[in-house]
Design a protein around this ligand. Structure first.
Ligand SMILES: Nc1nc2c(ncn2[C@@H]2O[C@H](COP(=O)(O)OP(=O)(O)O)[C@@H](O)[C@H]2O)c(=O)[nH]1
Ligand SMILES: [Mg+2]
Length: 406
């Protein structure tokens, strides 16, 4: 499924190009343009190097960015694991594997062959570097920053464990949080300057609370440093930490929907009876299932979230209007929803679906494949975004009543 998004990631300009190809060369041109674009988008990748001393919080940050708990499959091992190898470990995003984080070894490990490592590492393969510091900017961090700079790559300094600093400092008399943040930032910036590195942004964060402190600004900075196609992919691959993050996903997913609709319109142009409808169904179902997963509304994501915040899935789902998205789906509900062009159909994967083909056929027949696919996916996206926001609120409420950091 992930392949659908990563292989065929279009933005508004691409859709315009496709329309232009259609106007210029007719249906054949449109088909060819879609094929060309599909090939081009297979190569959209984001490779982020996460560096810093052992124990600074690199692996924890990677897991937080991937939305994985440390014990889950595909997560980076954290805490107390002595880094003894020179290896850089790759962690692909579980749903969007073209987004990849690289966990660098801590160069502070005794006897680590720093020189050899620096010589053998190809820094130009990464789109950007994140240097994680928990205390001070070290000589090794400086080497990494210089190597990235030399390779022409942007990098950011992130100060981890700010939650711990807040906890410790807030016990002191006359504590002022803003003053403390300013001091920590100034300290990081002056350490960078002392190492001869100017104009590098510093962000304070807690890996256990990504919607607080400077993390939202950090995210913006990363987005700005990526190419147009990478931006949408990066936003889509971030966890649902705030309503703003969910809203951003809505916009980042629009081009994906336009692309699927354009493909559906393209298939509609092939004169084989039944092909268009079958392909449209596949596109719509796969699109909806992927969007649902990206918004954390699939069963596995909901169960995981419920467990993390110490509540039940039913509780997370409270107040959402669309019980059918998660619950059992009856034939009558599906028929009703399909007629309203909403998402329920996506949840009846494959076979049960075929029953509804005649009804869908009449809807699809009534207007173009492009328009129907676009409308269904857009409606589904809007419904799911609103649902995801309610789920997030419920999760936050559950976490605070349990005293769990979210
Ligand atoms: N409180 C807090 N602890 C953190 C944070 N980031 C990492 N840690 C803890 O710091 C320790 C080392 O983290 P890890 O990710 O394994 O560091 P690495 O060696 O750089 O990969 C672990 O016990 C983490 O739980 C953070 O932002 N806040
Ligand atoms: Mg680690």
């Amino acid at each position: 499924m992930a392949g659908v998004l990563s292989n065929l990631y279009y933005n508004a300009k691409d859709v315009k190009d496709l329309v232009a190809a259609y106007k210029r060369e007719g249906q054949k041109g449109f088909q060819l343009a879609i094929e060309r674009k599909s090939k081009q988008f297979e190569n959209v990748q984001i490779q982020i190097a996460v560096m810093g001393e052992s124990g600074s919080g690199k692996s924890t940050l990677i897991n937080a960015l991937l939305g994985l708990d440390e014990n889950e499959e595909g997560a980076a091992p954290t805490g107390g694991i002595t880094e003894t190898t020179m290896e850089i470990t790759r962690y692909p995003h579980p749903t969007l594997p073209n987004v990849q984080y690289y966990d660098f070894p801590g160069l502070n490990t005794p006897k680590f062959p720093v020189k050899k490592f620096m010589k053998e590492t190809n820094f130009s393969q990464y789109d950007l570097g994140i240097i994680v510091t928990a205390v001070r900017f070290t000589e090794n961090d400086k080497l990494l920053a210089e190597a990235l700079k030399k390779a022409g790559k942007p990098f950011y300094l992130v100060r981890s464990k700010i939650d711990e600093t807040v906890r410790a400092e807030s016990r002191k008399k006359g504590y002022n949080q803003e003053d403390m943040f300013r001091k920590v930032r100034e300290y990081c910036i002056s350490s960078l300057r002392a190492a001869g590195i100017q104009n590098t942004s510093v962000f304070l964060y807690s890996a256990f609370n990504l919607d607080e402190f400077d993390f939202p600004e950090f995210r913006e900075a990363v987005v700005h440093s990526l190419s147009e196609t990478q931006k949408n992919l990066f936003i889509t691959a971030l966890p649902n930490t705030s309503e703003a993050a969910i809203e951003e996903k809505r916009e980042a997913l629009r081009p994906f929907i336009q692309m699927l609709s354009a493909v559906s319109g393209g298939i509609g142009a092939v004169p084989i009876p039944g092909l268009s409808l079958a392909c449209d169904l596949v596109l719509i179902i796969s699109g909806i299932l992927l969007i649902r997963k990206i918004l954390g509304l699939d069963e596995a994501s909901l169960s995981k979230l419920a467990q993390r915040v110490g509540t039940s899935v039913t509780d997370l789902w409270r107040g959402t209007e669309h019980n059918w998205v998660f619950g059992e789906i009856t034939r009558e509900q599906v028929l009703l929803l399909i007629q309203r062009c909403t998402v329920a159909m996506a949840l009846t994967i494959a076979e049960p679906f075929l029953d509804f083909v005649p009804i869908l056929g009449s809807i699809f027949g009534a207007t173009s494949s492009f328009a129907v696919t676009l409308m269904m996916l857009n409606n589904s996206l809007d419904t799911m975004v609103e649902t995801a926001k309610i789920v997030l609120q419920n999760a936050k409420a559950a976490a605070s009543s349990e005293g769990i950091g979210n």
